[in-house]
Design a protein around this ligand. Structure first.
Ligand code: ADP
Length: 159
């Protein structure tokens, strides 16, 4: 059976933590579709097109990873893509309650789609897109948090 999963998120911007999840998830499925959420409720630093472009560049060496944008519900995106799984990353206990609630809600809306959680690599457990933006906005070094191409793009936004 062909196993396809979606990995939805804002990725504003993508970090080494996200990349780690993508690398590991892509090794466990036949195809991983990264979904960049067009979220009008959140004010984003990067447009969806910019985020998709960054993700395509940094995942170019992962042959079974595809990047798309979507709006609306993750379960609808998963259905559209013909995916049986939604991948999410868990960093800390603080992520857990929200993620569990979302996974259970999704299960009711789409019983055939399962959520798979990957626990973050400890090295990146502290890392969030929000922290990266905050550090960059004060002129701090973000090269340990995001790939070089992304770091340049973030710095350019705050220049
Ligand atoms: P969202 O707005 O949906 O939370 P994010 O782009 O912040 O989107 O995150 C997408 C997914 O990646 C979520 O499952 C989140 O828990 C996970 N994630 C975020 N940062 C990390 C990290 N440093 N390590 C592992 N997973 C992470």
């Amino acid at each position: 059976m062909y196993r396809r999963a979606v990995y939805p998120g804002s990725f504003d911007p993508v970090t080494f933590g996200h990349l780690d999840i993508m690398e590991r998830a892509s090794q466990t499925v036949d195809e991983l579709v990264v979904g960049v959420l067009e979220n009008h409720a959140k004010i984003a630093l990067f447009s969806v097109e910019e985020r998709v472009k960054m993700l395509k560049i940094i995942t170019k060496d992962l042959p079974n990873v595809r990047v798309e944008s979507f709006h609306g519900l993750s379960v609808d995106f998963a259905r559209e893509q013909g995916a049986g799984f939604i991948v999410r990353g868990l960093r800390a206990i603080t992520d857990f309650e929200f993620e569990l609630q979302m996974a259970q809600t999704n299960r009711i809306m789409a019983p055939k789609i399962d959520t798979i959680f990957l626990t973050t690599n400890l090295e990146y457990a502290y890392l969030s897109s929000t922290t990266v933006k905050e550090v960059a906005s004060y002129g701090g070094d973000i090269t340990k948090f995001v790939p070089e191409y992304v770091a340049k793009a973030v710095i350019a936004k705050y220049r």
